[in-house]
Design a protein around this ligand. Structure first.
Ligand code: SF4
Length: 432
């Protein structure tokens, strides 16, 4: 059985030097977040104001939806808009009106900025304000940027949620303390966490974003919140401005991370250790057993993380501590020291950390390290595979249910599978 992580943000890599690089980067843009956000908030629509490239990215990343009307689209900025020959605001108003007339099921509309809309300085906040006046109370219209200028793909969710925080109703000043879990989780994972928190006795519980835009959770000084994702810096700041208090914790990946994360909430809400253990122990034991077979395959294997999803540091902690993997380099697009304080403290000492990217230099370091598996973006995966490296797409880690006890083995499997496949290919090559 894994011991509970001592909740202490010092030691490990807390003060480790970080290699900071600002060169060419290979990352997706924030529009990608629409893919999981539109599945979560089921009456929201995401209208990207962008180019054909943006439309193509969203279409190919989200796949073709054949069972339902899509809840994302792109209002294409064409050459006339770029040349300033057309009134982009008037055209956008026309597109929004047509969309909302045709789709009365939409209750929240996000106007999502892109590189082209930022280049022509299209003020989407003004557009959202103007259109809201016309469509409220039926449809709430908000805006955020998903552009690829200086962002990585998970920042799209952060920008979206930060734009939603001012819309949350204020909680009553005499309301009982509430726990808010912040960050998009698949419904099945959300249900597991909700059941356990309720079994512990934390009844006043909400998830943000909610499944429906009509049920925005209240926020105020009696709200304590746990981040479920490490990339929500702006959202966190916006919640603090509304009076909420962050419960700092490791992130709920793996048995140890999930236990420490839930324990932090339990402590903040005065839940006894006995009750906490009674609620979590069966799942902890099951998850620990399920990890054993993965540990046999992953222990001692070397892993290299290119910066992409911002999940790199919590995942590296899980893979090193619970599966015995060796961390060669852990790259992250941005290092948010406050949110990652507990994670850094739990990383093995002397782990090579890097922030930002200079892709050619990093590729050279990766080749020199000769890792057994590389976690990277899609753009780097094929070239690295052709050089004989085993890769895992970072974006898959964001799309898959990976949080919590029940998903710990599935998370490990995402690393085991490509390593085992590569070993089989190598064996077959030797035999033939
Ligand atoms: S927002 Fe920018 S980076 Fe993203 S698809 Fe559009 S043009 Fe490309």
């Amino acid at each position: 059985m894994n011991a509970i992580i001592p909740i202490k943000p010092t030691g490990g890599c807390s003060d480790a030097p970080v290699l900071r690089e600002r060169g060419q980067r290979e990352v997706f843009c924030g529009l990608t977040g629409i893919i999981w956000l539109h599945r979560k908030i089921q009456d929201a629509f995401f209208l990207v104001v962008g180019s054909r490239t943006c439309a193509h990215l969203i279409q190919s990343a989200a796949g073709v939806m054949i069972f339902a009307e899509p809840r994302f689209a792109t209002a294409i900025i064409d050459e006339r808009d770029l040349a300033g020959l057309a009134d982009a605001h008037a055209e956008l108003d026309r597109v929004v009106k047509r969309l909302l007339e045709r789709r009365p099921d939409i209750k929240m509309l996000f106007l999502v900025g892109s590189c082209p809309s930022e280049v022509i300085k299209l003020d989407l906040s003004r557009a959202a304000e103007r259109l809201s006046k016309e469509f409220l109370p039926n449809v709430r219209i908000l805006n955020y940027s998903g552009s690829g200028i200086e962002t990585t793909f998970t920042q799209g969710e952060d920008a979206c949620l930060a734009s939603l925080v001012p819309q949350l109703p204020a909680s009553q000043s005499n309301a009982v303390p509430s726990l808010m879990v912040v960050g998009t989780l698949p419904d099945v994972v959300e249900d597991q966490f909700a059941r356990r928190f309720k079994e512990m006795g934390i009844e006043n519980l909400s998830f943000f974003p909610p499944r429906n835009s009509q049920s925005l959770p209240p926020v105020g000084p009696n709200t304590k919140y746990l981040l479920a994702q490490p990339f929500l810096g702006d959202t966190s700041r916006a919640l603090e401005e509304r009076g909420a208090t962050l419960l700092s914790a490791p992130f709920p990946f793996g048995v140890e991370g999930t236990t420490a994360w839930m324990q932090t909430a339990a402590n903040a809400f005065g839940i006894s250790q006995e009750k906490f253990d009674q609620v979590t122990m069966p799942a902890r034991e099951r998850a620990t057993r399920a990890l054993e077979k993965h540990k046999e395959k992953l222990e001692g294997k070397k892993i290299f993380f290119f910066p992409d999803s911002q999940l790199e540091i919590p995942l590296a902690r899980f893979l090193a501590r619970e599966l015995g993997m060796q961390l060669t380099e852990v790259g992250t697009p941005y290092l948010h020291r406050q949110h990652l304080a507990y994670e850094l403290a739990l990383l093995p000492e002397h782990t090579q950390l890097s922030e930002g990217q200079d892709v050619d230099k990093q590729l050279d370091r990766c080749r020199a390290a000769q890792p057994d598996i590389v976690v990277c973006g899609l753009g780097l995966a094929n070239p690295l595979e052709s050089e004989g490296f085993t890769t895992k797409w970072a974006i898959e880690l964001v799309f898959s249910p990976v949080h919590g006890y029940e998903q710990s083995a599935d998370l490990a499997e995402l690393f085991t599978r490509p390593i085992v496949r590569r070993m089989k290919i190598q064996r077959e090559a030797v035999c033939s």
